[in-house]
Design a protein around this ligand. Structure first.
Ligand code: 3PG
Ligand code: CO
Length: 555
């Protein structure tokens, strides 16, 4: 039985409105021309920095600090928001899958046994992101699973690949496909009928999130399940090379294609009696496909054919919806998140972002759980994102609308915590468009200002931080930090996140005198933030939370 009552903080008052602002993809790095945050005019964020070290500092947002396997793993929004909301570090999907594959336990689990039943008569289909980005999936995990599935009886395997270019450098799709082809050909030598069956760019095919654009999932459905796509090729490497020749082609947005045999027939549509595994361990961009594969009743697009398959996710993606119902590896059990504690202690919560990041401050924040803890205590507002564009075209995105909603929520005095995610640095950073990313950062800074102004008016407190780096470094660098050039002497644009730490700032008229960052938590990371804002609400954090970043000194 969980005891939800939080102890009163001995020194900090209750009743202050606390704004919790998460700038997505906003890290701290050396100021140079590839640092868009540095280039951008960001007077608000700059002014917060002046309060260092008492009220501004850096926290770790990558690697083991957020539950990822190694210190070479860049941060990402899932693990970042999980850590921010849950106040503890959980071994995350990437790591859990590594362990399950290494120990072989993945093959003993109910999820694998469930799909294994199809191996004798049906085909095993693997659908997922093909790269070594480590954010949603990893190539080496796919390789191990192919091997293991074969050892456990799979005789016919089809892989449906989604090309990346977002968590890895654009253009790397071809190399990953070559590696996969090589593995599949080795399986074929052993008499296994193993082929790539379809493909497409992750942002255009399948991997939409938060129901922003179902067309994306439909394009994938048509290729993967129905075996239909506008582009047909005999071989995936050839397909990628060809599709990349189009002007402005980009791994993230490659059109869907299917692989066909000599008679022009798709080699791997998904049929009755087949087994399907979605390879991604990360939830947000697999939930929509999982719904399409699993739900008998479904009205988001015309599936044309709904095959009777056995479907398992690499993980269970949504703990509340229990989606999918079968999975190969159990997800981290993120429980007793800050949001749940706060509603039990009378804290009324408002959360807002635009669609593409809405689930970050709700679903991820609450431990990969959709819905409310207590609808009477919480209000979540989603501002619809622009659909069908890349965000370098609209780099301001909905930052000011998010700022306005947060401002109104603060001024209404109906909420104790007003929480937002401001997506610009990240979403525009992922396009690799440096000029647009500068504009994006300026818009994000303006949104922060709107929120801080409102906090000023109501005598509240702000906590401004970020989930991981992105916009502060837009170039791939060598070990000594020099920009890397490609064959033609151009810099290699870094569309992905980074390993950089992120800022955290506190302040506002409601912040009690004497509150400052402790100096004895030098390695503090995102998981320390929850205890910090719980304190700002006037409570002690639960004892097993990572320690608070603040202390109150007597003046
Ligand atoms: C994405 O899904 O857009 C990227 O792979 C990771 O970005 P995010 O972690 O900031 O959402
Ligand atoms: Co991102």
């Amino acid at each position: 039985e969980v005891s939800w009552k939080l102890a009163d903080h001995p020194k900090l008052p209750k009743g202050k409105t606390v704004a919790v602002v998460v700038l997505d993809g906003w890290g701290e790095a050396n100021p140079d021309k590839y640092n868009c945050i540095h280039t951008a005019k960001t007077p608000t964020m700059d002014s917060l920095k002046e309060a260092a070290p008492e009220k501004w500092r850096l926290v770790r947002a990558h690697g083991t600090a957020v539950g990822l396997p190694t210190e070479d793993d860049m941060g990402n929004s899932e693990v970042g928001h999980n850590a921010l909301g849950a106040g503890r570090i959980y071994a995350q999907g990437a790591k859990l899958v590594d362990l399950a594959l290494a120990s072989g336990k993945i093959y003993d689990g109910d999820g694998f046994k469930y799909i294994q039943d199809c191996f004798e008569k049906g085909t095993l289909h693997l659908i997922g992101l093909l790269s070594d980005g480590g954010v949603h999936s990893r190539l080496d995990q796919l390789q191990l699973l192919l091997q293991g599935a074969n050892e456990h009886g799979a005789r016919r395997i089809r892989v449906h690949v989604l090309t990346d270019g977002r968590d890895v450098i654009d253009g790397t799709s071809v190399g990953f496909a070559e590696t996969l082809e090589n593995d599949l050909s080795k399986l074929r030598e052993k008499g296994i009928d193993a082929l790539i069956a379809s493909g497409g760019g992750r942002m255009y095919v399948t991997m939409d999130r938060y129901e922003n654009d179902w067309e994306v999932v439909k394009r994938g459905w048509d290729a993967q399940i129905l075996g239909e796509a506008p582009n047909k090729f005999r071989n995936a490497v050839e397909a990628l090379k060809k599709l990349r020749e189009a002007p402005k082609a980009n791994d993230q947005y490659l059109p869907p294609f299917v692989i066909v045999d000599e008679s022009g027939k798709a080699v791997g549509p998904i049929l009755d009696g087949d087994a399907v595994v979605t390879l991604n361990f990360r939830a947000d961009r697999m939930v929509m496909l999982a719904k399409a594969l699993e739900y008998e009743n479904f009205d988001k697009f015309d599936r044309v054919r709904f095959p009777k398959i056995r479907y398992a996710g690499m993980l269970q993606y949504d703990g509340e919806l229990k989606l999918p119902s079968h999975y190969l590896v159990s997800p981290p059990e993120i429980e007793r998140t800050s949001g749940e504690y706060l509603v039990h202690n009378g804290i009324r919560t408002f959360a807002c972002s635009e669609t593409v990041k809405f689930g970050h401050v709700t679903f991820f924040w609450n431990g990969n759980r959709s819905g409310f803890f207590d609808p009477a205590m919480e209000e979540y507002v989603e501002i619809p994102s622009d659909v069908g564009i890349t965000f370098n075209v609209q780099p301001k995105m909905k930052a000011l609308e998010i700022g306005e909603k947060a401002r109104d929520a603060i001024l209404s005095c109906k909420f104790d915590q007003v929480r937002v995610n401001i997506p610009n640095g990240d979403m525009v950073g992922h396009t690799g468009d440096i000029e647009a990313t500068v504009v994006a950062c300026e818009a994000a800074d303006q949104a922060v200002k709107m929120i801080l102004d409102a906090i000023e008016q109501v005598g509240g407190i702000y906590l401004v931080t970020a989930d991981h780096g992105n916009a502060e470094d837009m170039v791939k660098r060598n070990k000594s930090g020099q920009p890397l050039l490609d064959k033609n002497g151009n810099i290699q644009i870094l569309t992905s996140h980074t390993l950089q730490p992120v800022p955290i700032a506190i302040g506002g008229p409601g912040l009690a005198p004497g509150v400052r960052f402790r100096i004895d938590v030098p390695n503090g990371g995102l998981a320390n933030v929850a205890a910090t804002f719980i304190n700002l609400h006037g409570f002690e954090a639960p004892s097993d939370y990572e320690t608070t970043l603040i202390e109150v000194v007597d003046n």
